[in-house]
Design a protein. Structure first.
Length: 571
């Protein structure tokens, strides 16, 4: 019997292949390790580069701001300054003390920055560095340093400070991250302010902080009372075009511009265009007088019933007098029907010429870059002429309307508006849009609107205010939103020798119990103007006098009198 013995079999070819595979795996592993190391080095290098660039950018921004000139108001009050400030920061990962205890002490020192919980979150962040406070005072730095925590660090840096906070924010603007003007007059004056040679000479704006504060206060109060979604206001010198106050709400704080949204940053006075309703009626009346369409106060226009033009119907508000109205009564009662009839006689060509003279076909004429383009009718049909006469179908900015009213009352000269202080005798020449005689007649009628018409709540005792209300449905894509309106009161004072235009506008105000549910300009925008004039009139050099007024004796006899008529609720 044969015994078979099993012997190991050696596969020389397979062993060789196995060695090759192992060698290949080692090679690949080494390559992967080298690639990983290279990646790590690349990331480290990139971080280092970013740190260097970040530091360089910070230094460049600080250098750009360091030589930046100051901006002041017309009386020298600071509006924008360059300061040496302290920053307070922390290295959370290097914290030695109890974060809860340190957070409590920081909250006590900087309550406006955050509460204890907020500081605790900053101290325990999973980051190597974070800011706690910028623009800190030396006294605050000393108090924080006394906590004795090594992880709390301090540094000095040059910063742009707006000492008035939100005041005149849209006129001033703010700086970009590289230290250059991003909007407002900071942008307009960027080259001039950045010139180190001129740093010792601050730029004076036309703004008066006292007037600005009053208008902001009154407009903000009305915006809150009537739950409006926005508001705008202007005080304009009728002789020079200087903007003494410019308010846009909601607003923002240029010291913390990063916290503002697009609505806050938008300048409603120069960027937003609106159909401003019946505030256009005095312009239409002035056009009719200037072109000889109406030569007598005795001339009357039929407002006894709605006006049918093709498939369109123009009507007046409920309660308006259904009778024939002369020019003054058309404005006092704010009749759409009578205004449309006047415009129909003026004609589209002459209406367009007047609107163009007033700059309604171009962006507002002011230094700011933030400007909206008016909505100009593409085709001037008969109905277009009639409706634009009372502010429908054409949209302009509140600033453009204010400039137009300045021309109506200052003797007939339209001037570009400016945010720079104008030295005496250096006002822009402007252009004549109506004669002095027409302007004088408009002053009388605007005063009568406040004395007897829809503008009565806009009066300010002793200041002889004249103006016109306007309430229009808010224009939206494809038509109008009947639940929203734009309420405006454009006025000037004193009407016997006009010095200033004051305009207030509210976007989408709501009626209140006190107004009986009315949300028209007579109830909300007009009182803003009256209260503002009462507060700032004397500051602007207009002394109130209840014993003087503009002479309207040649118009009053032509008015239809009815003691029961109370035209204070219309548009």
């Amino acid at each position: 019997m044969t015994t078979l013995v099993a012997r190991p079999v050696t596969y020389r070819g397979n062993a060789k292949a196995r060695h090759q595979l192992v060698a290949t795996a080692h090679t690949r592993l080494m390559m992967m390790m080298l690639m990983f190391a290279a990646g790590v080095l690349l990331v480290i290098g990139r971080l280092a580069m970013l740190a260097v660039l970040s530091g360089s950018e910070a230094e460049a921004r600080s250098a750009a701001i360091a030589g930046r000139g100051d901006i002041v108001d017309r009386n020298g009050a600071p509006l924008a300054r360059t300061i040496d400030a302290w920053t307070i920061a922390v290295h959370p990962k290097k914290l030695i003390g109890d974060p809860a205890e340190i957070a409590a002490r920081l909250a006590a020192l900087m309550p406006d920055r955050g509460d204890q919980a907020w500081f605790y979150r900053q101290l325990t962040k999973d980051v190597s560095f974070t800011y706690l406070q910028r623009r800190a005072s030396p006294a605050l730095v000393e108090q924080v340093n006394a906590i004795g925590e090594p992880a709390l660090v301090f540094a000095r840096e040059t910063q742009r400070l707006y000492p008035q906070g939100t005041m005149a924010a849209h006129a001033l603007g703010f700086l970009s991250t590289d230290g250059h003007g991003m909007s407002g007059m900071e942008r307009v004056l960027d080259e001039r302010l950045a010139n180190a040679a001129a740093a010792g000479h601050p730029v004076a704006l036309s703004i008066d902080t006292r007037v600005q504060a009053a208008l902001e206060s009154e407009l903000g109060r009305a915006m809150q009372t009537f739950s409006a979604r926005g508001g705008g206001g202007v005080v304009l010198d009728v002789a020079t075009g200087e903007v003494v106050a410019m308010v846009s709400l909601p607003t923002f704080n240029p010291n913390r511009v990063g916290m503002a949204g697009s609505e806050e940053l938008r300048n409603i006075v120069t960027q937003s265009v609106f159909e401003l309703g019946s505030t256009f009626k005095p312009i239409t009346v002035a056009t009719a007088i200037e072109n000889g369409v109406v030569t007598s106060q005795a001339r009357r226009f039929d407002a006894t019933h709605p006006l049918q033009v093709g498939r369109f119907t123009i009507h007046d508000e409920r309660g308006d007098p259904k009778r024939w109205l002369n020019m003054a009564e058309t404005l006092i009662y704010s009749s759409n029907v009578a205004t449309a009839r006047i415009a129909d006689e003026v004609g589209p060509e002459r209406m367009q010429v007047m609107f163009r003279k007033l700059g309604f076909d171009t962006k507002p004429d002011i230094e700011l870059r933030e400007k909206g383009r008016p909505l100009w009718p593409t085709y001037w049909a008969r109905t277009t002429t009639m409706t634009t006469a009372y502010g429908h179908g054409i949209a302009v900015t509140p600033l453009q309307l204010a400039a137009a009213y300045a021309a109506l009352v200052n003797g007939g000269v339209w001037r570009p508006t400016t945010l720079l202080k104008v030295e005496p005798g250096h006002a822009a020449a402007g252009r004549r849009v109506i004669s002095e005689a027409t302007s004088a007649r408009m002053r009388q009628m605007l005063r009568l609107i406040v004395m007897r018409g829809t503008g009565r709540k806009g009066d300010a005792p002793g200041y002889r205010v004249g103006g016109k209300t306007g309430t229009a449905e808010a224009a939206v894509a494809g038509g109008y939103d009947r639940s929203r309106n734009v309420a405006t009161f454009a006025a000037a004072f004193p009407m016997d020798a006009p010095r200033y235009v004051v305009l207030a506008m509210l976007d989408s105000p709501q009626g209140t119990k006190e107004t009986g549910g009315w949300k028209t300009a007579a109830w909300n925008a007009a009182p803003v103007v009256g209260r503002t004039i009462s507060r700032v009139g004397a500051i602007l050099g207009v002394i109130p006098d209840t014993n003087r007024d503009i002479d309207v004796s040649d118009i009053v006899p032509t008015l239809w009198e009815d003691p029961s008529r109370q035209p204070a609720t219309g548009n």
